[in-house]
Design a protein around this ligand. Structure first.
Ligand code: SF4
Ligand code: SF4
Length: 320
């Protein structure tokens, strides 16, 4: 009769935790979930980020340069963390704005993803606590200094494309990312080694010529960063490139072959409201603060504020 050693029983049990947590994440609506050992970010990735900051590529997003020690080591951010749980959630819409309306990036169509992903990550954290003898977790959704695409790649759920976004094989790049830093010890997945290979479609498609080789995005040239994050007037050159982009830009995703077979999200929270779908240039121009709050009450678009939206619209309508 074959016997199972105590050691292999232990390793079977821990491997079981990975699949149990992954299955739970999938049942919560995530399309991918993987695990990486909580450790210091590797030096190449740190150098890449530091150079991006030193070159001024973060534009007015000064906060990107803060908290580098926390960003470079999740154990500094959450002492006792042993594992980074990385998750992705598909947001590709099933319904679209009319083509002649000022365009919002798809990610902003529905409810604010910070809230949606955070709620579901909290449920995942509670589940891990239940099955892992009280393991504690910190939920991170974009607002904490975490290298989310790096960790997603380390956790095997995708790779960083030349457009700077995470690409999940067989799913695409229209995904929100989130992480749990957890004291639970979960066996690490193999890092994803896929790549863009010889493709460079997004470098050509980018209206602001913001993409460098190797996934570097210059925020000073990126329509997404400029229309959402930039403070003050927009640069003159943008008048010739903004086209119809009033909030964000999806051009480097629309052209990506990894999105050719993208499926609409099944997360109802991300469905656009009829109010949103009926927006026009005229209605945005005439919008009051109360209208803005009504249409975007639960939306990430609040980040740009009404003044930012109307600033962008005036560049679209007066473009050279
Ligand atoms: S979001 Fe638009 S402007 Fe920014 S890198 Fe992608 S294609 Fe270029
Ligand atoms: S368009 Fe091509 S180069 Fe750009 S991210 Fe997609 S696969 Fe990579």
């Amino acid at each position: 009769m074959a016997t199972i050693s105590k050691e292999s029983q232990c390793s079977d049990a821990t491997a079981g935790i990975a699949e149990t947590v992954r299955n739970k994440a999938l049942s919560l609506g995530f399309c991918a979930c993987g695990f990486a050992k909580a450790d210091r970010v590797d030096s190449d990735a740190i150098d890449f980020y530091d150079k991006w900051i030193a070159d001024g590529c973060c534009d007015t997003m000064d906060y990107c340069a803060h908290y580098s020690e926390l960003r470079n080591d999740p154990r500094q951010l959450f002492p006792g963390a042993l594992t980074v749980v990385s998750v992705a959630m598909n947001y590709f819409p099933a319904q679209f704005q009319p083509a002649d309306a000022p365009q919002f990036a798809f990610y902003a169509y529905g409810r604010d993803y910070h809230d949606v992903v955070r709620e579901r990550l909290r449920l995942l954290a509670a589940f891990i606590m239940q099955i892992s003898a009280g393991a504690q977790s910190r939920v991170c959704v974009d607002t904490a200094p975490v290298r989310e695409r790096y960790w997603a790649q380390q956790a095997g759920i995708g790779f960083i494309g030349k457009n700077g976004l995470l690409i999940v094989p067989d799913v695409g790049s229209y995904v929100f990312l989130g992480e749990l830093l957890t004291t639970a010890s979960i066996p690490a997945d193999t890092p994803c080694t896929a790549s863009c290979a010889g493709c460079g479609a997004c470098l050509t498609a980018c209206p602001g010529h913001a993409l460098g080789n190797g996934g570097s995005v210059d925020a000073r040239r990126c329509l997404s960063c400029l229309t959402i994050e930039h403070h003050g007037d927009l640069p003159d050159w943008l008048h010739g490139s903004i086209e119809n982009h009033v909030y964000g830009c999806d051009e480097c995703q629309l052209c990506c072959p990894h999105n050719a077979q993208v499926q609409p999200t099944e997360i109802n929270d991300f469905a656009p409201s009829p109010q949103f779908l009926s927006l026009t240039g005229d209605s945005i121009a005439a919008m009051t603060d109360a209208d803005f709050r009504s249409v975007f009450r639960h939306s990430a678009v609040r980040r740009a504020k009404l003044s930012g939206l109307q600033r962008n619209l005036s560049v679209i309508t007066n473009k050279k």
